[in-house]
Design a protein around this ligand. Structure first.
Ligand code: C5P
Length: 227
């Protein structure tokens, strides 16, 4: 299992300070909406300068018509990014177009599909998608697998079913992690490290429990020790 730390701090300075504090670790760093909208490509370059071995996950959750998604994927592939994600609910054709566009590249980032956001509880999910989370997450995961993606973003609880349906090498990346049972904040389907391990998760995403810790490096060390 690998660790991905979410760089969701309110300023570039704070995010870079956090990355500096974590530069000794072999981890993924997640660049999401807030940081990317504000600090863009320069931010990614700066992270790689701090430690060229940091693996960057660009969490922009693309959702659009197939051609626009493929265009965006092509642009992302030109950046120094190791993984990005798209919404499975954009449809199988959109996912196929993205993979087709990346196919000719010698080296391409990993592509994951978002199944169900971990902030949804069962009621909210049904209200939006008209189906149970498990049923829809399974369908989304199968479609992304068939479209040639590398894995999915899902909750810990869906990981075993998704692995079973698609194959063990299909990556599951799970936010909503509260490593040692900390508060869930706005996350609804949370799990700790022990459960994530039991449920065969490949990459856990941890944000607030690391960047709000008094000593983020110490928090990361403890997480890595328990992984
Ligand atoms: O602070 P916390 O650990 O809850 O952060 C989780 C991170 O993972 C946030 O950056 C959030 O945007 C992201 N994320 C998520 N649920 C998804 C996909 C991404 O929480 N399904």
């Amino acid at each position: 299992m690998q660790l991905c730390v979410a760089l969701d701090l309110p300023s570039l300075k704070e995010n870079l300070k956090l990355a500096e504090e974590l530069k000794e670790f072999d981890i993924w760093l997640k660049v999401g909406f807030r940081s990317y909208i504000r600090d863009g490509r320069e931010f990614i370059k700066a992270l790689k300068q701090i430690n060229p071995s940091f693996k960057i996950f660009l969490d922009l959750k693309l959702y659009d018509i197939p051609n626009t998604m493929a265009d965006a994927a092509e642009e992302i592939a030109k950046m120094d990014v190791d993984m990005f994600n798209i919404h499975a609910s954009a449809g199988k054709r959109a996912m196929q177009e993205v993979m087709k566009r990346l196919e000719p590249l010698k080296k391409r980032p990993l592509v994951l599909a978002v199944t169900a956001l971990t902030s949804f509880d069962y009621h909210t999910f049904k209200e939006i998608y008209g189906a149970e989370i498990e049923e829809k997450a399974k369908q989304f995961a199968l479609q992304s697998y068939q479209a040639g993606l590398d894995g999915v973003v899902c909750s810990v609880y869906e990981s075993p079913m998704i692995k079973h349906e698609t194959g063990s090498s299909f990556i599951t990346l799970t936010p909503g992690i509260r490593p040692f049972g900390e508060s869930g904040d706005d996350q609804k389907r949370v799990a700790d490290i022990k459960t994530a391990k039991e449920y065969n998760v490949d990459i856990i995403v941890v944000g607030r429990p690391v960047y709000k810790a008094e000593n983020p490096a110490k928090a990361v060390k403890k997480i890595l020790h328990n992984i």
